[in-house]
Ligand binder design. Structure first.
Ligand code: AMP
Ligand code: ZN
Length: 482
């Protein structure tokens, strides 16, 4: 099956031809680990996880290498560590920086797993690749593409005539429009930092240019080279990274003599209720905030898949409700037709677990997830084995189901879940309905909060409440109500 991908480099969709079909390689810029991931950060994760899943489907589970880094050297991490030290936290600054990165990485992986994202095959931390970064900078200096000045190493942008070709800008336009730092030691205002000096309260390594730390862009170039080689298939990230980050990565790696990425992919940004997500607008929230409110990770993921990755996406409460209903409807259809964790196991064992060719074709066309979801509606409507097997297959393939026990979640035939759980949930929902009918909002809210605390997500669609168990479902909370 042929995949087509939109390559930013050529500004068009082209057939994807891997360098080596038995080792397809993808690099995606990962987070700077200073705080919880906000909802926007989840977009590249879900987009490239979906691509990773598609590549694994086509080329085989063990034939795709996906590297996504953690940027664990950054002034924001230092600032948090310093503030903690000043507030009396024990340990050296280095310890506190490591502690902050470690805890943030742990949160990140938990939150992204809740959204159905598989762990990438390789998750390098920038601080583990400083030697490789230094080597690459030395190489660039030797080749005349970089220079050392006042404890800094800077990339000489004018030495690379292709600079700007990825993002489609000329150097002169960039100088006119960019917020480049004009400092006296730069040969040219466009030159960017490869290495910079560190003070005593900043993390630092010894280098030929003195005690210092790497710039952000060189991290990805060095890690991609080390883990994926000089030429690899796909490089991804958010649109906001195209310039200057990706332009700089490409310049460094190319000048160091590597082909670097064949296909560049960029996801568009996420907005909230039509507005840019920002702390000042009060519409800023993290993935964890949503999970804590009881929104199931699968529902969050489905909202993302409803928009094509190259279109701006809006997170709205209405979409959350719609996604919840879609998912629930699919589970209801499957359940009605006798699907259970056991039937899925049997299908897999018998070799009858097959994808819908049309759906895979749609998805392979530049990762058309809204098209794939539309096809799932058609399959669900057919209500035949030939429709429902591929529907179930697609739910798993798109990361919307990681555990088929979800099928038993609102029925009473679960091996895992005691019979009383759906009875209690249905009763609480009925009581909540009665409280709302008599305008007893306090009681209605109390019941909803109780269900949320138990990890039961309730959504009202056209006056009827439906429910799903979120990934944090905890029956203990409901035990006293049996
Ligand atoms: P950062 O930790 O800020 O470097 O961002 C990590 C990833 O999240 C990058 O790939 C960004 O492009 C992406 N990102 C940040 N904000 C948004 C947003 N509002 N919508 C989509 N992607 C975003
Ligand atoms: Zn990067």
């Amino acid at each position: 099956m042929a995949i087509k991908l939109y390559n930013t480099k050529f500004r068009k969709r082209v057939e994807f031809i891997p360098i080596n079909e038995s080792d397809v390689r993808m690099y995606v810029c990962g987070p700077t680990v200073y705080d919880r991931a906000h909802l926007g950060n989840a977009r590249p994760v879900i987009v490239f996880d979906t691509l990773f899943r598609l590549l694994r489907y086509i080329y085989g589970l063990d034939h795709v290498t996906y590297a996504r880094n953690f940027t664990d050297v950054d002034d924001k991490i230092n600032a948090t560590a310093l503030a903690r030290q000043q507030a009396g936290a024990l340990g050296t600054l280095e310890d506190l920086i490591a502690e902050r990165s470690d805890e943030t990485i742990k949160w990140y992986l938990e939150d992204m797993a809740a959204l159905g994202a598989l762990e990438p095959t390789k998750m390098p931390r920038a601080t583990q690749y400083v030697t490789q970064m230094i080597e690459m900078i030395e190489d660039l200096i030797a080749k005349g593409n970089a220079y050392e000045i006042e404890g800094h190493a800077l990339f000489r942008v004018r030495s690379y005539p292709e600079y700007g070709s990825l993002s489609g800008r000329s150097v002169d336009d960039m100088i006119a429009g960019a917020r480049v730092e004009v400092v006296p030691y730069k040969e040219d205002p466009m030159d960017f930092v490869l290495w910079k000096p560190s003070s005593d309260d900043q993390p630092g390594w010894n280098s030929p240019w003195g005690h210092g730390r790497p710039g952000w862009h060189i991290e990805c170039s060095a890690m991609a080279l080390d883990l994926l080689g000089g030429e690899f298939d796909i490089h991804g990230g958010g649109n906001d990274l195209m310039f200057p980050h990706h332009e700089n990565e490409a310049a460094q790696s190319t000048c160091a003599g590597h082909e670097f990425a064949n296909v560049w992919m960029h996801n568009e940004m996420l907005q909230v209720e039509g507005k840019k997500m920002s702390k000042s607008l009060g519409n800023f929230f993290t993935v964890r905030d949503l999970l804590k409110q009881g929104v199931a990770g699968e529902v969050i993921r489905l909202v993302f898949l409803m928009t094509h990755y190259r279109k701006p996406m809006d997170w709205t409460d209405a979409k959350r409700v719609e996604a919840h209903k879609m998912l629930n409807d699919w589970f209801v259809v499957l359940r009605k037709h006798g699907y259970s964790p056991k039937t899925v196991d049997k299908l897999k064992a018998s070799g009858d677990w097959v994808a819908d060719i049309e759906l895979m074709g749609v998805l392979s066309n530049d990762l058309n997830t809204p098209g794939a979801l539309a096809r799932m509606h058609v399959l669900a409507k057919a209500r035949t084995a030939s429709g429902l097997v591929p529907l179930a297959h697609a739910l798993e393939m798109l990361g919307l189901v990681s555990d088929w026990n979800v099928l038993d979640a609102s029925s009473s035939q679960d091996d895992r879940m005691p019979d009383w759980v759906p009875v209690v949930i249905d009763r609480l929902i009925a009581e909540r309905g009665a409280a709302r009918a008599s305008k007893d909002w306090g009681e209605a809210d109390r019941l909803r909060d109780l269900l949320n605390t138990a990890g039961v997500q309730v959504t009202d669609v056209a006056g009827t409440a439906s429910w799903l168990l979120g990934s944090g479902f905890n029956p203990v909370v409901l035990e006293g109500l049996k």
